[in-house]
Design a protein around this ligand. Sequence first.
Ligand code: ADP
Ligand code: MG
Length: 351
Amino acid sequence: SGVAEPPRIRRLEESVVNRIAAGEVIQRPSAAVKELIENSLDAGASSVSVAVKDGGLKLIQVSDDGHGIRFEDLPILCERHTTSKLSAYEDLQTIKSMGFRGEALASMTYVGHVTVTTITEGQLHGYRVAYRDGVMESEPKPCAAVKGTQVMVENLFYNMVARKKTLQNSNDDYPKIVDFISRFAVHHINVTFSCRKHGANRADVHSASTSSRLDAIRSVYGASVVRDLIAIKVSYEDAADANFKMDGYISNANYVAKKITMILFINDRLVDCTALKRAIEFVYSATLPQASKPFIYMSINLPPEHVDVNIHPTKKEVSLLNQDRIIETIRNTIEEKLMNCNTTRIFQTQA
Ligand code: ADP
Ligand code: MG
């Protein structure tokens, strides 16, 4: 009387489950680009080029010169949870590759149309194959190919109406894509990166392989940024914390920008660490209020077992063992550098 009958609980169809999960891994076109670039880097590429149409909604194409994919692996390449990088859960503790879930390519096939062209060393021709919902649409076709792999994603979110609409209405994702590639180019200085709008002659990012970090920053962010950077480095090593190493570049008192640029790699993964970013912003506004939106490039190395890479489906945020001590150490190092550069500046203006 008055109490409704409980609704029946049903098992969702696998295709529904997969599409829901895929929308979480690939939240926007730039997330797909990041995953594809990480796959190229994991494949040992020395060159990665990206072409994008309509902010990535029409087309994303990432080509590399990495080790390619075996013919016999093509049937399961885009199934969920297929990977060459992880076999036991314990491997996660020491994993060096950026990928490990075997979810990125699969996800793209659930929310877009994926075509892979690949060739492995010593083969006379490559193969091209298209995927939908995790499976090959037909047998791989032999084709001409240069070294490596090209992944093409078309019509992203064609089957997620709301997602597509919001993305079309918001500013397009191309600037985010350029931003990701710029960050990778600053860290992976011996890899050539380029990014262009499909059909454009001019690349919006183009980095040549170099041995100098400052050259890499210059080619992506410009000479005016490099002029105002100071090198920074700190490390400690003790029983409790094992090894911690940080090095990078931070902007000085002359660098004035509208927003902070924070390029952070932890064990060679491009990540966000909100707590660290806040701490750095705080030091800058306390020490150099005029230059409180800094440019930061920072590479941190920790024992792999101190970094939990598995807290987020996009692997974007990581959590660190002894995070407070690490942040404190970095904060102090930056503060000291900035105090020095501040006094030098005052001294120079007075002289
Ligand atoms: P993960 O990177 O987590 O393993 P992905 O879905 O991103 O999962 O990729 C699945 C597998 O496909 C990888 O483990 C790798 O073996 C292969 N692969 C993907 N992209 C490339 C590439 N560009 N070059 C060579 N192999 C690739
Ligand atoms: Mg991957």
